[in-house]
Each structure stands twice: as C-alpha cells, then as structure tokens.
Design a protein around this ligand. Structure first.
Ligand SMILES: *[C@@H]1O[C@H](CO)[C@@H](O)[C@H](O)[C@H]1NC(C)=O
Ligand SMILES: *[C@@H]1O[C@H](CO)[C@@H](O)[C@H](O)[C@H]1NC(C)=O
Ligand SMILES: *[C@@H]1O[C@H](CO)[C@@H](O)[C@H](O)[C@H]1NC(C)=O
Ligand SMILES: *[C@@H]1O[C@H](CO)[C@@H](O)[C@H](O)[C@H]1NC(C)=O
Ligand SMILES: *[C@@H]1O[C@H](CO)[C@@H](O)[C@H](O)[C@H]1NC(C)=O
Ligand SMILES: *[C@@H]1O[C@H](CO)[C@@H](O)[C@H](O)[C@H]1NC(C)=O
Ligand SMILES: *[C@@H]1O[C@H](CO)[C@@H](O)[C@H](O)[C@H]1NC(C)=O
Length: 508
C-alpha cells in the first residue's frame, strides 16, 4: 500500500515534467521554424548575451512596425483622392450645345412705350424730346422690371426674337432654323437661344459627324444695334457659351463676348471631369424639387444638376427667409422651396432700393458655417463637361453678302432706323456678325478622380512594413495558430487523462 502510494506520487511528478517538456518542445519547434526572424534568433541563441541581443532587436523592430502600420491604416479611412488624366478618343461624340444671346436685353421700340408710361407716373419725363431717353429716365428701369414681374406680367415681348436675328444657320451642310433652337430668358440678356440642347422625350442631340460633316456650325446674326436702349450696355454684339447638352448655361458668368463686324471662328475640344462617389466625395446627381421647378420653366429641355445653380437657389431661400423677397435680378428663379415646410412658393422680388437682400446675401455667402448649414442639400456634381476653346476672327461682311443682309434686315419684324435709306451700309457693319463653330478633334481629356489608397494598396503597404522590419506574413500567423492549436490539444489530452485517472482512483 505504501509502495503503491509512492509509485503514484512519482508517477504524477514524472507526468507533470513530461507535460512541461512536451509543451516547451511545441513552442520551441514553432520558434525555430517560424518565418518571424526575431523569434528564430531568440530560440537559436546559445548564450544569454545572444538571447538578449535578439530579444532587444525583436522588440525594437516590432515597435517600429506597429508605428508604421498604425500610420498606414487611418490613411485608408481618410478616403484621400488624386486626379488622373486620360487622353482618349470619344467616337461618336455629341456636338456641343451652343447658347447665344443678344447683348442688349430689350428692344427699344416696344420697351420704350411701356416704360415711358411708367416713368410718367414717377414724374420723370424728358420734356424736350419724347423720342430719346436721358440717363435720368433710364435709372428706374430695374424698378420697372421688378414691378412687372411681381405683377406676374411677362417681359417676353421686350426681348429680341430669334427669327429677327438669325440670318443663316447651317449645321454640317444641313440648313437649320429657329425651330432647331430652344430658348430661355436670362436676367441680363433677355432671351437666349440654345442649339443642340438635350430635349425631353426625344434623343435628339446631334453628333459631331452627323450628316457626314466635320462638326461645323455656321451662324449669321443681325443684332439690330439701333434698337439698343442707351446707357445700359457699353458694347454692341452678342454673348455666347459652349456647354454640355444637359447643362443649364450660366451665361451671365461664363458667356464669351462676340463683336459685330467680325466672323468669329471658335474651335473646341472637350474635357470631362468625373468625381468618385461617396465616401471619396460628396458628389450626387439628384435634382432638388426647387431646381426641378426652375428647370420646368425651360420649356422642353432636360437639364441635369448644377452645383452653382443650387447655391444660387440656396441663397435665394436664405434672403427670402430674412427679407421676405429675393434678389430682383434673379427673376428667372423665383420659385423658392422652403426645406422646413416642404413648400414651394413664388417669391416676390425685392425693391431695387431695398438694402436687405444684398446685405443678407453678403452675410450668407461669406460665412462658411451658414453655407454648410443651409446648403447641405447642394452636393458636388459628379460629372463636369468643360470645353477648351480657341477663338479667332475674320472681318465681315464681304461686299457680296451685304445685299442679303440688307434684305434680311428689311424683312425682319423689327423697325429699321429712320436713316436706313441713306446709312444702311454702316448699320449693317454695326449689326452683323457671324460664327463658325468647329469641333476640333475627337480626342478628349478625361480627368478622373481615383482613390489614392485602395484596400489592396493598404494591405500591400502593411505587408511591406511587417515583412521589412520583422518578417511577418499571413503564413506566420498560421504558424502561430498551429502552435496554439497543438498546445490546446495537448492540454486537452492531459486533462482527459487526469480526469480518467481520478475516475479510476475513485473506482479503486
Ligand atoms: C401708355 O399710355 C398711353 C396713354 O397715356 C396709352 O395709350 C398706351 O396704351 C400706354 N402704353 C402701354 C404700353 O401701356
Ligand atoms: C407728379 O406730379 C404731379 C403734379 O405735378 C403730382 O400731383 C404728383 O403727386 C407727382 N407724383 C409723384 C409720384 O411724384
Ligand atoms: C402671381 O402668381 C402667383 C402664383 O401663381 C400668385 O400667388 C400671386 O398672387 C400672383 N401675383 C399677382 C400680383 O397676381
Ligand atoms: C432642324 O429641325 C428640323 C425639324 O425638327 C429638322 O428636320 C432638321 O433636320 C433640323 N436641322 C438640323 C440641322 O438638325
Ligand atoms: C417696394 O416699393 C413700393 C413703393 O415703391 C412699396 O409699396 C412696396 O411695399 C415695396 N416693397 C418692398 C418689398 O419693400
Ligand atoms: C473617362 O473615365 C471614366 C472613369 O475612368 C470612364 O468611366 C469614362 O468612360 C471615360 N470616358 C471616356 C470618354 O473614355
Ligand atoms: C478514459 O476512459 C475511457 C473509459 O472510461 C476510455 O474509453 C478512454 O480511452 C480513456 N481515455 C484516455 C485518454 O485514457
């Protein structure tokens, strides 16, 4: 019995030692074979010095690795981007949309009738000459427009109709006419006319090479310079703009000046800028209800989202909330959508003398926190189409064309100047201009926003760091897992065995 007991004890210590030895051998096997060089170095070391040297190196380089990896990973979540430029051939390519307006917003003959009745009520009349206007008389012109608009009266009759301006229109050798243009009114230039805008329902956008032509639009205009209201424009001519077929032209800010007496040759190449969607940028193409109502005023055209317009509308909402009226120059965007109430209202225009709207607009547009708060529904555009333009001139009209222009001016519905019979030649020189718009190349510049760091890139960078400093790869992790598995398995078996023995002992 005594012997037996001794045997059991010695057996127990033996087993425990054996267990420890086996566990150590598993760890040692791992340490010697792992690809993590530091650990192999420690395991191989024969002397204490050597072991300390390897341990220190391992700890230091692990520290460095952790530092770089923690630097690397947040960079991915910053979603930083870069822009790459591709020069590609787009074929077939849509011909650009071309918008053109007479520089003068209103024609004198019809405008002056209504306007002089209005000035008469203000007691400003030119006593000497009923047929000419003085600077004093022109001043309330803004008030006149504002009054008409607030009364829901149309200004359309004062604008220059295209039919009395467009003399020639040829696209790729095919005649075009007034019906091929869409119109909209601009607060600075009256009616503007767009060739090749994207229309609703019909896929009607012209391609550059349509009808087998080179992408060439020829236009001739007679601007009726004698009908310009004095004091409101310093120049004579037209204002034009190339833009994307589905973009509302911001002619006030982006228009280019065209002088009369010249043939303007405009050549263009296209540029496309595309932004990455969330989380890389805030870009979105959704059209707000307010913008949709504004676009609905543009007849049959189908316009897309424009960031600049969204900010303009957003400013209107702000001035409306603070002044009860909006900028009198923005009379083509009077529908204001109040986001809190989800309600659409036709805002009245402020009086020109009203100081509220410019002050509020200034406060609003100079404060980024206000902009952020109120214009949060104005995301970035996802696509921007831009054009590189080269502009050059010829003198026009040549002698052979003068008779045609004379006939056109005489047949147009706009009254001729009183000295036409004697001075028609100089009137033609002052009022005629033509345009040759040429598509230069199928080559386009494609600016694309790309992510600086992709998930794969981050993984490679992390892998590079761990590989460079301590030689850890995914398979090293598998080795570690294998070792842990073997240790647990051994532990499990030991426990099972212990358990059996206690069972056996209790049976005894
Ligand atoms: C201007 O007033 C006159 C009479 O004072 C009137 O006959 C004419 O119709 C008015 N014109 C317009 C455009 O209202
Ligand atoms: C214009 O003049 C008349 C008489 O001179 C005067 O009765 C009227 O009040 C004046 N109107 C304005 C707007 O000043
Ligand atoms: C103009 O039209 C709007 C809506 O169509 C209406 O609310 C407003 O009262 C009208 N204004 C005038 C002066 O008729
Ligand atoms: C202009 O419009 C007419 C009628 O829609 C069409 O037949 C003609 O082809 C168009 N012209 C050009 C140059 O597209
Ligand atoms: C604009 O001026 C007119 C008188 O000229 C006045 O009756 C009206 O209340 C003013 N409107 C605003 C919004 O100040
Ligand atoms: C421009 O680049 C974007 C993104 O790479 C691509 O989707 C688009 O098709 C390109 N456009 C052209 C005309 O190649
Ligand atoms: C434990 O005992 C059971 C029977 O009680 C036996 O089947 C099993 O093999 C034993 N396990 C070990 C590890 O000895």
């Amino acid at each position: 019995m005594y012997n037996d007991t001794i045997f059991v004890i010695s057996n127990k210590t033996d087993k425990r030692r054996e267990r420890v030895v086996r566990r150590r051998s598993i760890v040692r096997q791992f340490a010697l074979n792992t690809s993590t060089h530091g650990i192999t170095g420690i395991a191989r070391s024969e002397s204490m010095h050597n072991r300390i040297f390897w341990s220190t190196s391992f700890v230091v380089f692990t520290g460095i690795t952790i530092f770089f990896v923690t630097q690397e990973i947040p960079k991915y979540f910053e979603s930083s981007t870069q822009t790459s430029v591709d020069i590609v051939n787009e074929w077939p390519q849509h011909f650009t949309a071309f918008t053109i307006c007479n520089l003068a917003p209103v024609r004198y003959d019809l405008f002056v009738q209504s306007f002089s009745n209005y000035t008469a009520t203000l007691n400003i009349t030119n006593a000497n000459d009923k047929n000419s206007m003085s600077l004093q008389q022109i001043k309330p012109m803004g008030d006149f427009f504002q009054m008409k608009i607030n009364r829901n009266e149309s200004l359309d009759e004062f604008f220059f109709p295209l039919s009395s301006m467009l003399m020639t229109c040829v696209f790729n050798g095919r005649a075009c006419s007034v019906v091929n243009f869409t119109s909209f009114s601009s607060s600075s230039y009256g009616f503007c006319y767009t060739f090749n805008a994207k229309l609703k329902n019909i896929n009607s956008v012209h391609y550059s090479d349509e009808y087998g032509g080179p992408g060439l639009l020829n236009l001739g205009f007679y601007v009726h310079s004698h009908q310009y209201v004095p004091y409101i424009r310093e120049g004579v001519g037209m204002i034009a703009m190339l833009h994307d077929n589905a973009q509302l032209p911001m002619i006030d800010s982006a228009g280019m000046a065209l002088a009369t007496g010249f043939k303007h040759r405009i050549t263009y190449t296209k540029k496309i800028i595309s932004y990455l969607r969330s989380p890389y940028s805030t870009c979105d193409d959704k059209i707000l209800p307010m913008m949709q109502t504004m676009f609905d005023n543009y007849q049959s055209t189908e316009y897309g989202y424009t960031e600049d317009i969204c900010y303009e509308l957003c400013t209107q909402v702000f001035t409306y909330k603070h002044c009860g009226c909006i900028d009198p120059l923005q009379w083509n965007a009077r529908w204001v959508f109040l986001p809190e109430t989800e309600q659409m209202i036709l805002a009245p225009l402020c009086n020109i003398s009203n100081k509220c709207y410019p002050e509020e607009a200034y406060v609003f547009l100079t404060s980024s926190s206000l902009l952020e708060k109120h214009c949060s529904y104005c995301p970035q555009q996802c696509f921007i189409t831009d054009f590189s333009i080269k502009n050059s001139l010829w003198k026009t009209p040549p002698a052979w064309l003068v008779d045609d222009i004379k006939r056109f001016a005489e047949n147009s519905k706009i009254p001729l100047p009183h000295d036409w019979l004697t001075n028609w030649r100089s009137h033609i020189d002052a009022s005629y201009l033509s345009i040759e718009l040429v598509h230069e190349s199928t080559r386009i510049e494609n600016y694309t926003q790309t992510a600086t760091l992709t998930a794969v890139g981050v993984l490679s960078n992390v892998g590079g760091q761990t590989g460079l400093w301590i030689g850890v790869s995914f398979l090293s992790l598998i080795e570690l897992a294998e070792m842990l598995y073997r240790l647990t398995r051994q532990q499990y078996h030991t426990m099972r065995r212990n358990c059996n023995r206690t069972n056996d002992e209790s049976k005894i």
